[in-house]
Ligand binder design. Sequence first.
Ligand SMILES: Cc1cc2nc3c(=O)[nH]c(=O)nc-3n(C[C@H](O)[C@H](O)[C@H](O)COP(=O)(O)OP(=O)(O)OC[C@H]3O[C@@H](n4cnc5c(N)ncnc54)[C@H](O)[C@@H]3O)c2cc1C
Length: 451
Amino acid sequence: MNSQLNHPLVVGAGLVGSLWSTLLAQRGHEVTLVDRRPDMRAEGFRGGRSINLAMSTRGWRALRMAGLEEEVRKHALPMRGRMMHDRAGNLTSQPYGKSDEAIYSVSRGGLNLLLLNAAEATGKVNLVFDHKCNGFDKRSLEVSFTNEAGDRVKTKAPAVFGADGAYSALRSTMLRTPRFNYEQSYLNYGYKELHIPSNADGSHRIDPEALHIWPRGQFMMIALPNPDGSFTCTLFMPYAGESGFDSLVEVADAQVFFEQEFADSLEHLLEFEEDWTSNPVSPLVTIRCNPWEYKQNILLMGDASHAIVPFYGQGMNSGFEDCSLLADALDAQGEKVDWARLIAGFSESRPKDANAIADLALKNFVEMRDRVADPMFLRQKEVAAIMHKTFGDEFLPVYSQVSFSNTPYHKALSNGEVQEAILSAFAKTRPEGIPSSDELKMLADQYKARR
Ligand SMILES: Cc1cc2nc3c(=O)[nH]c(=O)nc-3n(C[C@H](O)[C@H](O)[C@H](O)COP(=O)(O)OP(=O)(O)OC[C@H]3O[C@@H](n4cnc5c(N)ncnc54)[C@H](O)[C@@H]3O)c2cc1C
């Protein structure tokens, strides 16, 4: 790597860094894209066990911009709603949106691989692997890396984009600069991944067109389908307490717990013992910071500036939206690029949306694990769906605003608060029955007046 680049440097070749490099290259810029890991392609990424992510409208928009939507869609599975499993194994479902709306399960590894290939195919992205970023020099703005041989190399660039994930090294340096606000908060919950293999003929063992949820109040399990016929299940539980990971020391304890709580899943979790023993319990973190930039030269994006808990399925989607919004801002500049203005503008405008989706994701946790089984909540959802059917986009449920529209997250959050207030009041007075047209109009007027 040269000690002085005359083009942008992107640190982190994960989902966000690879996509952003492609968008930059497609706008005529040479890019150096550096990651601490070896090239996953050189090792022949075989997918291993699938870990998946839910892709929705904001993610698709950014992929479309890069000309990659069609390719990714070929490997994506639509999930049209939530399928709830109660303790007795009874199923109920709730559609996510209109009949043609779905969120899509995509393989994390497969997507990263595709994005790396796309970046390389532009012919303008110089990929550098096995280089671990150590942060930057606050005076000279040189970014420092340790290469595979253990040597330190430094480089400077007209613009540095830090897409180096939730534990960002570039952000660590910013932490030691004046007036940098930073908040890292962990849930008392962790998560463990388990695996439902496919049937012998490669088909799915449970309905693949849904995101499955086993809501149990203080804990829950979810399962997302993979194209190879398997499902990735994720158990979210407190670390400690009666229903906590700490209380399930032996695999036999976990087995008994599953028999009580998730009995209908056990017949599909064919490798339960091995999964339980070998898969770690991982933490759930929210990271907020401000500003996202340093001296208008270095900009954090993706999880590096806004890591969120996974309960809205929006971490990657919001990181991809960072890419599309930055590309829009770059396009608006025309021929003459002003990196400093781009960086300062984004750091000014974007954090309010990142904070909003962080809040929405935390709220959705309670909704998924607890409220999806609450009759009042279900009534609110039912009335919201009728309102949406009657008034269309004039009454877009908050889930749809987040997942099926590009409404800025901060607007979706405030609209959601108004909807919640109106619908919970209505559900209390009218807990059942089809609302009359006058009632619907009254709700619509209230929403219009308050949003
Ligand atoms: C359990 C779970 C489920 C999730 N489900 C969803 C979902 O359904 N939908 C969704 O939209 N989001 C989901 N997310 C969030 C999503 O995974 C992240 O938001 C997304 O991966 C962020 O992408 P990124 O490129 O910013 O960071 P990462 O994907 O973490 O990539 C960071 C890259 O930087 C590299 N790097 C790190 N440190 C250095 C360094 N010091 N030097 C050089 N390189 C470095 C890493 O090797 C990596 O390649 C989920 C997250 C979790 C934990």
